[in-house]
Write a new protein. Structure first.
Length: 298
């Protein structure tokens, strides 16, 4: 249940005196009609005089003498609602600043502007926003999609899936869906998806599993790394601060556990001449082999 959507339904009905259907509200708030009916039940239990009427001129209505009372929400709930609206604005462009200001005026709330949320990258382009909008449309309308996907090993594969959920985790957006190519739920990193197309085929709802946690103890290798002070900005961005040890000469030593997979060597090489592998020797050997191959390809 979304408090901002509940308030939005009330505000919409107050400002649209004509008959409004559940289907119409579902389109406005980009959710299913089932969700709208659940919201109506929730509003009714909260004491909001909302009702449905059958027939030609039927629909969803508020009693004509109803006015929105800010007392329905506590001070903490008012702040939470304003904050939620500010966050939602980042993923739904239809939510504009006027909506925020109307709520702020209604609550007579100064709202300490202590948080700024921006999901975009520094190099954000219109293509990023279009991809997000496309995937959101496919999810809400329960339409299958097909796309090209770059795997971790660099291979390009064609995929087809039922999209269920967008996930923001570890500074990146992911799509969770049922992969029809692999016949199981998969999580795709959106930056690796291209040529996304919405198909005519629809799909039914499924129980979406939680993303499994990685058992790091079984799949990691312990590393001791030395970094030049010239690359310290990346070290503090990408490693746990508890694993970083500063030295008097400005360099830093990092003791960490990283997944022992193919990308590890390429990741370490991305630090260029500003990294030195203190241990283990096996990683030092693999890096030398990779550098020799790079040299031969120049």
């Amino acid at each position: 249940m979304s408090k901002s959507r509940l308030f939005g339904i009330i505000y919409y009905l107050l400002n649209n005196k004509k008959s409004t259907t559940a289907t119409g509200l579902a389109k406005v708030f980009e959710v299913s009609t089932r969700t709208i009916y659940r919201d109506i039940d929730t509003l009714s239990t909260m004491g909001i005089p909302i009702y449905t009427e059958a027939g030609r001129n039927g629909g969803i209505h508020l009693l004509s003498n109803f006015t929105l009372n800010k007392v329905l929400l506590s001070k903490e709930e008012q702040n939470s609602l304003l904050l939620a609206l500010k966050v939602l604005k980042q993923i739904n462009p239809k939510i504009n600043s006027q909506s925020f200001l109307k709520l702020q005026s209604l609550f007579k709330n100064s709202f300490d502007d202590w948080l700024e949320v921006d999901f975009s990258n520094w190099h954000q382009t219109n293509n990023n926003a279009q991809t997000f909008t496309l995937l959101k449309s496919a999810i809400l309308n329960q339409r299958q999609i097909k796309f090209n996907y770059i795997k971790a090993n660099g291979r390009l594969e064609k995929r087809r899936c039922d999209p269920f959920k967008l996930i923001f985790k570890a500074q990146a957006w992911y799509l969770q869906g049922f992969c029809l190519t692999r016949n199981e739920f998969r999580t795709f990193k959106i930056n690796r998806m291209s040529s996304i197309k919405i198909l005519k085929q629809t799909f039914s709802s499924k129980s979406v599993p939680k993303i499994p946690k990685i058992n790091l103890q079984e799949q990691t290798i312990h590393l001791r790394l030395l970094f030049s002070e010239r690359i310290c900005y990346r070290v503090y961005d990408e490693f746990n601060h508890h694993d970083i040890h500063s030295r008097d000469d400005g360099t830093v030593v990092v003791d960490t556990d990283l997944p022992n997979e193919g990308w590890l060597i390429r990741y370490l090489l991305s630090f260029g001449k500003y990294i030195k592998i203190l241990s283990p020797k096996s990683i030092k050997s693999k890096m030398k082999q990779e550098l020799n191959e790079i040299y031969r390809n120049i």
